[in-house]
Design a protein around this ligand. Structure first.
Ligand code: ATP
Length: 332
């Protein structure tokens, strides 16, 4: 296992700072997810840990040791990518064994490792098959197994599930959580998908434009976003944020925190608006409610409101967030 630390790390491409003065500690044995919009610098951080593309200044430490001068292969990390990097002409067994052969691991030990790892990721039956005969999820497991034979102390994963269809992605998420539990190794996982981050992470590191916006477990990220960016990035649909007609302050509430009703219910925030759109999702319905120049998204289990209907939209006081002019959330 291993902890990772960034100390005052800057990474520049063509004199442009993509990451600037970043400090971050990634805990030993935890499942840490780096999440943020496209281009915010997630992959760049991962590549610096792996040593594929070193930092411009500052230090990256693994287990307290500065690894700046340590070659990628010697850092005890293994990387799993979105496009699986498996060899199409080799069987599953040969793919998994490849790194071990290169490292001159004796045959008996190779066979033992390949068999125990393929059992862990559910590939035992497929060892003699070619990758082209496997499903996307099975191929992703081959890529995982290839990383696992290296017995790394850190797994780095860059959007490993993004080529899979929605159903398989959900299944693989659960498998990865279980794999992490079994191995107890440090996982650093990159995604732009906040649902993936919320469902898998012990700790989420939320980034924007090369800066860390918030670092917290998923429930804290949801209940106590540190700023508007975090509030709007986590949650679908995003938090409603509006100005109350006041200049330096914004208020916000989550779509699932509001109540719609025909009669006023006496809550702290109460307006009478009109339903502009209605989207039935099965167990929930998403409404857009218009009020004066504002519009709010509401997610609730009631599905009987119709477009153009007048409704009371109410939010309890403890479900309302406030943000200052600098974008930071006000309150504890
Ligand atoms: P995505 O989710 O789209 O993969 P990301 O958060 O992983 O995005 P990075 O790949 O880390 O983003 O890129 C961060 C920024 O650095 C981007 O603006 C990108 O254009 C820039 N960048 C990355 N690699 C290079 C490079 N080799 N040369 C120049 N600019 C680069």
């Amino acid at each position: 296992m291993a902890s990772i630390e960034f100390v005052k790390v800057t990474k520049s491409f063509d004199k442009h700072d993509v990451i600037k003065d970043l400090d971050l500690k990634i805990e030993d044995g935890k499942f840490t997810v780096l999440v943020g919009p496209s281009g915010c610098g997630k992959t760049t951080l991962l590549r610096m840990i792996a040593g594929i593309d070193p930092q411009t200044s500052g230090s990256v430490l693994i287990n307290g040791k500065d690894v700046t001068k340590i070659a990628p292969g010697q850092r005890g990390v293994a990387m799993v990518f979105q496009n699986y990097a498996i060899y199409p002409t080799m069987s599953v067994r040969e793919n998994i064994e490849f790194g071990l052969k290169n490292n001159k691991v004796p045959k008996e030990e190779r066979t033992r490792l390949v068999e125990s790892i393929s059992a862990t990721v559910g590939l035992s039956e497929y060892l003699d098959r070619k990758p082209s005969t496997l499903s996307g999820g099975q191929r992703q497991r081959v890529a995982l197994a290839r990383a696992m034979v290296k017995q790394p102390s850190v797994f780095l994963m860059d959007e490993p599930l993004s080529n899979l269809d929605a159903k398989l992605r959900v299944q693989m998420r659960i498998e990865l959580i279980e794999l992490h539990k079994k191995l107890g190794t440090t996982f650093v996982y990159v995604t732009h998908d906040q649902v993936e981050a919320m469902s898998m992470a012990d700790t989420i590191v939320l980034m924007n434009k090369g800066l860390i916006q918030q670092e917290a477990p998923p429930d804290i990220m949801y209940r106590k976003p540190s700023n508007r960016f975090a509030a709007e990035f986590i949650g679908v649909p995003p938090m409603n944020i509006d100005d109350l007609g006041v200049e330096d302050i914004r208020f916000g509430f989550r779509p699932e925190s509001a109540v719609l009703s025909k009669e006023p219910g006496g809550q702290h925030f109460s307006i009478r608006g009109v339903i502009a759109t209605r989207e039935m999702l099965g167990s929930e319905t998403v409404y857009q409610v218009k009020y004066k120049n504002s519009s709010y998204m509401i997610k609730c289990i009631e599905d009987h409101f119709t477009v153009d209907q007048e409704v009371y939209l109410e939010v309890a006081a403890n479900k309302i967030f406030f943000f200052g002019a600098d974008g930071n959330r006000i309150g504890e």
